[in-house]
Design a protein around this ligand. Structure first.
Ligand code: ASP
Ligand code: MG
Length: 428
């Protein structure tokens, strides 16, 4: 195969595709099969590393013993894998030790603000995974350049959900990634998903599951020909197979449909991912890393999904908060403004909301710390009530039979319908 310098591709490998020795070897095969053109590989933290790191953020309740044990657990997990993949004299092993030392130091510091500390700590997951994987690929002759994406993707200081400065990012991507591909005569760059950097050099993240978005930002800024998300499912399914036995693969998805689905929480793709590639008409493939040769799903300029079938999105661990003014005034614009200012300040995304004259209800992902912050700010003026452990079900292209079947014998707390979509909040 002749090398085509103009057909740049961006691949994204999520946590599940690099969570073991076998997974990383498999990933290396996929990469090796696609070196006929420049390739940028964006990698998430391995396995459930981000969840683990969330527990050692300064200020998150835990004992010192727990903190140390969690770091040890993560270190053992990564080094066990690294030792099986790398020769014992490989300098990558030393780098990994250093990263865990840094993680230990950073996580033992006094808390500042939750969002700032969050990004500083969880970003280790991606730095560690890419260090390991880049080192492994080099060790087996797949020569690549490791790029710290914090020098490429620039965001503002909106920690935990940085807003991307596309102009600076584009310039930095051209300078750092394109130039390095040429200078080092390498066809391959390995870099991190999810994380980014500010002008002041601090670390930000793009929101949970943000690595898809990272790949999309880089595809846009590097004018990639196509982007591929490698997943443990055969493509975009009409429901999460964890919740649903008979799933259907959607072969073609219009850009706008993908945006809607992601917005409602389809875990197959991060909500912000589609816009940048849609703007440039870059095709997005979702493919199986287990069967890399089979056709996956394509997101592109199509008119409707194909095949046309109901689509289900389930979100667990939801909390419904009902907010009532203590003085029995009505819920009106000024009250809503107060509530939304607080939600926006805390970077909380509302999954469903409804208001009546006397109360305003909102459904969000459960998070203990954020809930405490909401209470602290709202409970002076409002009375708050909660229901926890809820499930939010979104169905696109629904019909009444489907709804009846889904809610049978379950307590419905809230339901909304539009022409194409219904959302139902049920007790767990
Ligand atoms: N590692 C991050 C997370 O688990 C980002 C990602 O996987 O996309 O949320
Ligand atoms: Mg992930």
């Amino acid at each position: 195969m002749t090398f085509n310098p103009f057909y740049m591709q961006v691949f994204k490998f999520g946590g599940a595709s690099v969570n073991s020795v076998e997974a990383i070897k498999n990933m290396a095969h996929i990469v090796a099969d696609h070196l006929e053109a420049p390739l940028v590989v964006v990698v998430s933290a391995m396995g459930k590393t981000t969840n683990l790191l969330e527990k050692i953020i300064p200020g998150v309740p835990k004992s010192e013993d727990e903190r140390i044990a969690l770091i040890e657990q993560s270190k053992k997990y990564h080094l066990d894998i690294a030792k099986q993949l790398l020769p014992s004299e490989d300098p990558t092993l030393e780098k990994l030790h250093q990263l865990f030392d840094q993680l230990d130091k950073t996580s033992s510091q006094l808390p500042t603000t939750y969002n700032f500390d969050y990004d500083r700590i969880v970003s280790f997951g991606e730095i560690i995974s890419t260090t390991l994987i880049s080192g492994y690929l080099n060790s087996i002759g797949i020569s690549n350049v490791w790029v710290d994406v914090r020098d490429v993707i620039r965001t503002n200081e909106n920690y935990r959900e940085g807003i991307v400065d596309f102009e600076t990012t584009r310039r930095q991507a051209q300078e750092t990634i394109k130039s390095r591909l040429n200078i080092d005569n390498s066809q391959l760059v390995v870099t991190q998903g999810f994380i980014a950097g500010t002008a002041a050099g601090t670390t930000t993240t793009l929101g949970r599951e943000g690595s898809d978005y990272s790949a999309s930002i880089l595809s846009y800024c590097l004018d990639a020909e196509s982007m591929t998300i490698w997943k443990d499912v055969p493509g975009f399914l009409n429901a999460d197979p964890k919740f649903f036995p008979n799933t259907v693969k959607i072969n073609k998805i219009p850009y706008n449909e993908a945006i809607e689905l992601a917005y409602y929480g389809a875990s197959v793709i991060h909500p912000k991912t589609v816009k940048p590639i849609q703007n440039k008409g870059i095709r997005l493939d979702i493919k199986s890393f287990i069967n890399p040769k089979t056709e996956g799903s394509k997101i592109g300029p199509y008119d409707s999904i194909e095949p046309l079938t109901p689509l289900y999105i389930f979100k667990n661990n939801q909390i419904l908060i009902s907010i009532q003014p203590k003085d029995f005034s009505f819920i009106a614009e000024d009250n809503l403004q107060t509530i939304f200012a607080i939600l926006s300040e805390l970077n909380i995304r509302v999954n469903l909301m409804q208001n009546s004259a006397l109360s305003f209800s909102l459904c969000i992902d459960f998070n203990e710390i954020l809930l405490a912050s909401i209470r602290e700010r709202l409970e002076k003026t409002f009375r708050l009530r909660y229901n926890t452990g809820l499930q939010l079900i979104t169905i696109r292209y629904y019909n009444q039979d489907i709804i009846d079947h889904i809610v049978a014998n379950r307590e419905v707390l809230l339901q909304q319908r539009s022409r194409t979509t219904t959302q139902i909040l049920v007790a767990g």
